[in-house]
Design a protein around this ligand. Structure first.
Ligand SMILES: O=C(O)CCC(=O)C(=O)O
Ligand SMILES: [Fe+2]
Length: 307
């Protein structure tokens, strides 16, 4: 087990997190049970996540990082005064999503959709698996991170038993801001049931304003659960859990676990990570994320209903 540095004061979505030990803590590292899938399944059920420290080949992750940083350099996002690998952005530059480089980079495709990682999911589910074709690849600039949400509202048109894999490309210190999860939130259906089954691409056809917005491809519901992570914690209970991630780690969790990210407090370094999704091949898949050019949240994906 790694010796962990104490967690320094952190902010998320611009709010100071409460640093008391019953309000913030470290993710539980499950790499000790890496070969024990019954145990991993049990922990996933209990904790709502598995954090696999150092599970993947660090060199492969760093090779994928290089393909991302060279793309960012080509796009003029990186400051040419620094080596590409440092991922130092020009002022104000950064991208939340970069589907193109994820699709085109062989090293990312191989890392996420073959070998160790897909074997892991096959063994965890105990049967053949499949994955979304769409990859959420992010280069988060300094400033506010991702606000608290569950993933289901964005991807709930197939099975609800799929898993997100959040993977850092490089070491992510506290000031660069990695992912954090809200302990026990996946069991709080009393708090989630009015939120989590809403679909960000559905709208009420009988509400003219909503209909208009949806027809223009706009969002009627952003999928955000809160813009205030410490206040959300106060109402749910549990602790925000995070850690300093390293290349080779991944964190996997289900559709009902509340998560967010720690803000990037560096002066100009981009935080590079991806999130990808895996499920049993035998279960229904959300068509928004399948194909060479998945419809995603575009107009083509909007679904009207009478409310
Ligand atoms: O990387 C982030 O800031 C957010 C990631 C996320 O929401 C996810 O992995 O589902
Ligand atoms: Fe998410």
């Amino acid at each position: 087990m790694k010796n962990l540095a104490p967690i320094p004061p952190l902010t998320s979505y611009g709010h100071d997190l409460d640093m008391d030990e019953d309000k913030i803590g470290q993710l539980r590292d499950s790499s000790d049970a890496a070969e024990n899938f019954p145990e991993l399944r049990q922990r996933l059920e209990e904790d709502g996540y598995l954090y696999m420290r150092g599970y993947l080949d660090r060199e492969k992750v760093l090779a994928a990082r290089s393909s991302i940083t060279s793309h960012l350099a080509k796009e003029g996002i990186l400051d040419p005064e620094h080596p590409n690998d440092a991922a130092i952005g020009k002022k104000g530059e950064g991208l939340v999503f970069m589907p193109e480089p994820a699709r085109q980079s062989e090293s990312i495709q191989e890392l996420l959709y073959s070998g160790e990682l897909t074997d892991f999911y096959r063994r965890l589910y105990g049967e053949e698996i499949t994955h979304y074709d769409f990859t959420w690849l992010r280069a988060m600039r300094p400033g506010k991170g991702t606000n608290p949400h569950c993933d289901l509202p964005y991807m709930g048109r197939g099975t609800h038993k799929h898993l997100t894999c959040w993977l850092p490309y490089g070491d992510i210190t506290y000031d660069l801001g990695g992912l954090m999860i809200l302990e026990g939130s996946h069991k709080r259906m009393d708090m989630l049931d009015k939120y989590v089954f809403r679909d960000v691409d559905s709208y009420c056809e009988n509400r003219p304003e909503e209909k208009k917005r949806a027809e223009e491809g706009g969002w009627t519901f952003t999928g955000t659960l809160s813009r205030n992570p410490p206040a959300l914690r106060d109402s749910f209970g549990g602790r925000w859990l995070t850690t300093e991630f390293e290349a080779g780690d991944f964190l996997t969790f289900g559709m009902f676990l509340v998560h967010a990210s720690v803000d990037n407090k560096t002066r100009n370094t981009l935080r590079i990570s991806s999130d990808s999704r895996y499920q049993k091949a035998s279960e229904q898949i959300d068509e928004r994320w399948i194909g060479v050019n998945p419809p995603g949240h575009t107009k083509a994906a909007k679904l009207g209903r009478i409310c």
